[in-house]
Unconditional design. Structure first.
Length: 168
C-alpha cells in the first residue's frame, strides 16, 4: 500500500522552520545545534519552529513538511577560514539519496531532494542553508572561538529574518 501526499496525516503549517544539523560531540560540527540553542533563548515570533536534528537527515525531511520556508544550519569542512559563513540556496545543495538501506547515509541534502518529491507542495519551496566553516572536528563538546562567534552571528541573522516575516 502506498500513500499519496494528500493521504498523509495533517501537520500544522508554519511560516518558517529552522533546523540545526550536526554532531555536538565533534567540536565545531555542533554549530547547527548551537544556533538552535541560541534561537530558543530569543523571542521569536509565532509561526517559527526550531529543531535540533543532530545527524538525523530523515528528521529534517519530516520536520520541514508544512513549513513555507526552511533554514538549515550546519558545519562545513575546515579549509582556510574557520568561522566563515556561507549562505547557499537549498536548490544548489539538494542531492538524491544513495541507494542504501542505512539511514546514516541519509543526510539533510538528501532530505531536501526526497522531501520535495514525497510531500510536493507541503514541503518548503524556499530553502536557505547556512554553512559555517569549521576549525576542528575532533571529539569535544566546545566550539572553537571563531565558530562560536559565527553561531551567534547566524542566530542573530535568523532572528532578524523571522522578525521581518512577522512584520511583512
Amino acid at each position: 500500500m502506498s500513500l499519496s501526499p494528500e493521504a498523509l496525516p495533517e501537520k500544522p503549517a508554519f511560516e518558517l522552520a529552522v533546523i540545526g544539523c550536526g554532531n555536538a560531540n565533534r567540536s565545531d560540527d555542533g554549530v547547527g545545534p548551537r544556533v538552535i540553542a541560541l534561537l530558543r533563548e530569543a523571542a521569536l515570533p509565532r509561526g517559527v519552529a526550531v529543531l535540533d536534528a543532530g545527524t538525523d537527515g530523515m528528521g529534517v525531511m519530516y520536520s520541514a513538511r508544512g513549513a513555507k520556508r526552511l533554514i538549515i544550519v550546519d558545519a562545513r569542512a575546515p579549509e582556510a577560514a574557520p568561522g566563515a559563513v556561507y549562505e547557499v540556496p537549498g536548490d544548489a545543495l539538494m542531492a538524491p539519496p544513495p541507494q542504501s538501506l542505512n539511514l546514516h547515509d541519509f543526510r539533510w541534502d538528501h532530505a531536501l531532494y526526497a522531501g520535495r518529491r514525497i510531500y510536493g507542495e507541503a514541503f518548503p519551496s524556499e530553502v536557505t542553508v547556512f554553512l559555517v566553516e569549521a576549525e576542528r572536528l575532533d571529539l569535544g563538546l566546545d566550539l572553537s572561538p571563531a565558530v562560536e562567534a559565527a553561531a551567534r552571528r547566524v542566530a542573530g541573522q535568523i532572528a532578524r529574518l523571522a522578525g521581518a516575516l512577522e512584520a511583512g
